[in-house]
Design a protein around this ligand. Structure first.
Ligand code: TRP
Length: 468
């Protein structure tokens, strides 16, 4: 049963720093679907399978699951709670919390970093999502049929080398994202998500079913779930932790902004658990859809980033009904990427509309214009502009590096310290609604010690100060 909340409910509640009549999700389910839509994306279907493949399978999966449970879930709870308490876009919401707590203005940086990080991720996310959009028609027209690895590798290389084609697909993704977001929370995001998420689920189930028919399903299962710890390295641990942040869309403003629209009477703990479970199930299902096809065709699971765009198309080119299922697969990837892109645009739009009183249309056009220019930079960094580098990194590499290696972990670290040490205890107790019981103590311990320590270790490792 879905219960309807009105914005009057937020105005009536005294606990949050809300301005009256700010729009909210129409139901708890709408929020869950939107957050799952944000979390489930290229990270689940493209990145998770290939990093699992690179790090040897089962043992890596186990460590990844531990990171989701011990760090990802508590941090997500904190981010949703911060968003709901602030009841604004990340920058103004955090600023309000800093004022409420009488904390040093330095902490406002959390909101600013979140906005920046989401905006920068979106600049390259639209380009990579464009690859999925480009591959669906390629599969549909039978481009992979009977082709070998060289030809399919050349196809991928050819796509990356073509700035015009890449720009067209990037523009399609950005245009769709803007068209949805401009219509607002209930009229745009909710409607699109209600349509896209069931579609995604059906396509995923169909793909897993298809993988079951290959006769190599058991191999896929054992690859994903049989832990061989001899293959686990220190680096694999760090990759797993980094991916836990990425896959749950943490520390980039998306979850905080979605949390700012969450009605007061929804339980953050239960909701977060549900979101994390669904995100994990989708990642595992993607693995179960992909690896049996890889094994059935005698291909390499550890192919790296090309697993989806080269290895898998080879498999589709050799299998019965490969063109049809290839089309479905890339459609699935495109939908997953689109619902994440929506959540990456919303924080900026909410900031522009709340801080500068812009209309949504103006905000979307302004942000979209800048994102398009940024996307153009990313596109050219893959081909004609590949030589323009800063510190040896192209624009694309730079955006990825700055967000994944710095802004997101640093944002996670600051959020953990801010909610664990700086805010008054009652603020988070209020929002999480767990009183001061065992679960709250567990959450608080994670925020204060486990998360900061884990992230600091990641930084020390990245800086080459510790090695393992
Ligand atoms: N979670 C998304 C995925 O798995 C990617 C992502 C990272 C993201 N950070 C984000 C999406 C912030 C939305 C907002 O593909």
């Amino acid at each position: 049963m879905s219960q309807s909340y009105t914005s009057a409910a937020s105005a009536a509640s005294g606990s949050s720093l809300s301005s009256p009549a700010r729009v909210q999700w129409s139901t708890r389910m709408a929020f869950i679907l939107a957050a799952v839509g944000s979390a489930v994306g290229l990270g689940n279907i493209w990145k998770f399978p290939y990093i699992t493949g690179e790090h040897g399978g089962g043992a890596f999966v186990l460590v990844y699951l531990a990171c989701i449970l011990a760090i990802g879930i508590p941090v997500m709870m904190a981010e949703i709670a911060l968003g709901r308490r602030g009841r604004h876009n990340p920058a103004q919401g955090i600023a309000a919390l800093v004022r409420e707590a009488g904390a040093h203005p330095f902490w406002k940086i959390i909101g600013i970093m979140a906005l920046l990080s989401g905006f920068m991720i979106l600049m390259f996310y639209t380009v990579v999502a464009g690859w999925a959009f480009a591959y669906a028609p390629k599969a549909a027209t039978g481009s992979f049929v009977g082709e070998g690895g060289d030809a399919i590798g050349a196809m991928f290389g050819g796509m990356l080398a073509d700035p015009v084609g890449l720009t067209i697909w990037m523009t399609v993704v950005l245009g769709l994202t803007m068209a949805i977001v401009v219509r607002g929370l209930q009229g745009g995001l909710e409607k699109a998500i209600n349509l896209l998420m069931p579609g995604l689920l059906v396509l995923l189930l169909v793909m897993v079913g298809y993988a079951m028919g290959t006769g190599h399903f058991a191999e896929g299962v054992s690859f994903l779930f049989k832990a061989d710890f001899s293959k686990m390295t220190g680096t694999a641990f760090l990759v797993a932790l980094g991916h836990a942040f990425f896959t749950l869309s943490l520390a980039s403003g998306a979850i905080m902004t979605y949390g700012s629209y969450l009605p007061d009477n929804v339980s953050i703990g239960k909701t977060t658990l549900l979101i994390a479970i669904m995100d994990t199930v989708v990642a595992l299902a993607a693995g179960l859809a992909i690896f049996p096809l890889v094994f059935a065709n005698g291909l390499e699971p550890g192919a790296g980033p090309g697993l989806i765009f080269v290895t898998l198309p080879i498999a589709f080119g050799q299998m019965p009904f490969g063109s049809a299922f290839g089309t479905l697969f890339f459609l699935l990837l495109a939908i997953a990427a689109l619902t994440s892109a929506i959540s990456l645009l919303e924080p900026t739009i909410s900031w522009l509309t709340e801080k500068f009183q812009m209309t949504r249309i103006k905000a979307c056009l302004l942000a979209g214009g800048l994102l398009w220019l940024g996307g153009l930079g990313v596109v050219t960094s893959l081909n004609v502009g590949a030589e323009w580098t800063l510190f040896g990194k192209t624009f694309f590499d730079m955006l990825d590096y700055l967000t994944s290696s710095w802004l997101m972990p640093l944002g996670g670290l600051l959020m953990a310290i801010f909610s664990g040490w700086i805010l008054k205890k009652t603020v988070m107790q209020d929002e999480l609604g767990m009183g001061s019981g065992m679960l709250y103590q567990l959450w608080s311990f994670t925020m204060r010690y486990v998360t900061p320590l884990a992230i600091i270790i990641v930084f020390l490792h990245a800086l080459g100060i510790v090695n393992f």
